[in-house]
Design a protein around this ligand. Structure first.
Ligand code: NZQ
Ligand code: ZN
Length: 391
């Protein structure tokens, strides 16, 4: 097991009507002027935003609002948010929505306390030394941003999608009511499921040894996610299944499954280029890229893939045919993604083989010539993985 530090300050309020506690949570944080940030309107249509505003009014907390965060959030709205926060002397940032609203809110929180261009943080030119505190009301279990230290923003100029991590980006509270996820379109529910599973795979595929505890926690989480996903397929308002998916999304990415392991993240790097170029839903892009990555890196550690296949995907153990068993595990993953309506090929997400050179160019700008740790990938490896994902 590797040495580790794990910092997780988030106060979770989970369950039915959890959003009714937003007012008291903000009071506990001594918020006096709140910047509420949300996406394209789902929280307006569901009435959630109105309920949150009522909470703030009840608690005599002043606020300003900025909606309009797009999936794969853009820098342009972040600049707008920063200028509002500075002008209005905001002292707390509240994201209401999913990973996109939360990531945009985190960038605003850091930019509001910085005199330069917030993109400096995403460009690696500066590191975050201070930020406004962030709280979250989650509406889609997927990105895990409600407890993660990350934020992913796309720079419109050049459509560069970049993720960074900072301890200032850990939300101070996350309000999670699984019932708020009933209104999710089936495609978004499934994309979220793929994303959280991918967050586990990015850590599960490691060269670190002595990590049996986090291996088994990861395997249990993956199994629970798939079981709950199948229930939701038939009964989209099944509370316990929705609740399982909600909490699994957090566990998958708050870092608890990552402790003591070297993480990989190359499949996310490959996918972010698809999101940036085609504006594809992040989880859908991952459904296309992860099986391809797994097939390409199988020989890197057949035993690890064998373990995944036998413990998670129910493939019958056969010590003399480990490679075949490992491959069957990857096929089972593809079958599961297909079952929940996720794409498996470039074609299905509108990506084109002819664009691979463009994807690689951007990848080189964002990640350099070599990236990843389970297998250190060159750009030539990346090309082959994209090619595998074409069919
Ligand atoms: O924008 P609105 O109108 O709210 O609609 C959203 C959006 O269209 C809709 N939605 C959300 N909750 C809903 C709902 N529709 C109906 N009912 C609800 N309850 O769902 C769509 C997707 O929302 P989005 O916030 O984009 O989803 P997600 O949470 O998957 O976030 C994706 C973003 O997070 C980044 C991704 O790259 C992508 O940009 N990630 C962030 C990470 C992090 N910060 O730790 C890690 C991830 O790996 C990921 O990269
Ligand atoms: Zn992700």
């Amino acid at each position: 097991m590797e040495n580790f530090k794990f910092y997780s300050p988030t106060d979770f309020v989970f369950g039915k009507n959890a959003e009714n506690e937003v007012g008291s949570l903000l009071k506990m944080q001594h918020a006096t002027k709140v910047f509420i940030h949300f996406g394209g309107g789902s929280v307006v249509r569901s009435g959630l935003l109105g309920r949150i505003e009522a909470q703030l009014k009840l608690n005599h907390i002043d606020y300003v609002i900025l909606g309009g965060v797009k999936p794969n959030p853009l820098d342009t709205l972040v600049y707008e948010g920063i200028s509002i926060c500075k002008k209005e002397k905001v002292d707390f940032v509240l994201a209401v929505g999913g990973g996109s609203a939360i990531d945009s809110a985190k960038a605003v929180a850091a930019g509001a306390k910085y005199d330069g261009d917030f993109w400096d943080f995403y460009d690696g030119k500066a590191s975050i030394e201070d930020a406004l505190p962030v709280g979250v009301v989650l509406t889609i279990p997927a990105a895990g941003s409600e407890a993660s230290m990350s934020s992913v923003i796309t720079k419109t100029d050049g459509m560069l999608k970049r993720g960074i991590g900072s301890r200032f980006y850990r939300p101070l509270f996350a309000v999670m009511n699984p019932e708020l996820t009933y209104t999710l379109p089936a495609y978004q529910t499934s994309a979220g499921i793929v994303d959280m599973m991918s967050h586990i795979f990015e850590r599960y595929l490691t060269k670190s040894t002595g990590v049996d505890l986090t291996d088994r926690l990861s395997e249990a989480t993956l199994i629970s996610i798939m079981d709950a996903a199948r229930v939701i397929q038939k009964d989209s308002k099944n509370y316990d299944a929705r609740a399982t998916i909600c909490w699994a999304g957090t566990i998958a990415h708050n870092g608890i499954l990552a402790v003591g392991r070297i993480e990989d993240w190359s499949t996310h790097a490959l996918e972010h280029e698809l999101s940036a170029l085609y504006d594809v839903t992040h989880g859908a892009g991952l459904a296309v890229m992860f099986p391809a990555y797994m097939k390409y890196t199988l020989e890197e550690d057949v035993n690890r893939y064998y373990q995944l296949a036998t413990r998670v995907f129910g493939v019958t153990p056969n010590e003399t045919k480990k490679r075949m068993v490992a491959l069957s595990g990857i096929s089972k993953l593809e079958e599961f993604y297909h079952e929940i309506g996720m794409p498996l090929t470039f074609n299905e997400i509108g990506a084109k083989k002819e664009d691979i050179d463009i994807l690689l160019e951007k990848l080189k700008i964002n990640r350099g010539d070599r990236f990843g740790s389970f297998k250190v990938l060159t750009l030539d490896d990346a090309r082959k993985i994209y090619e595998l994902a074409c069919y």
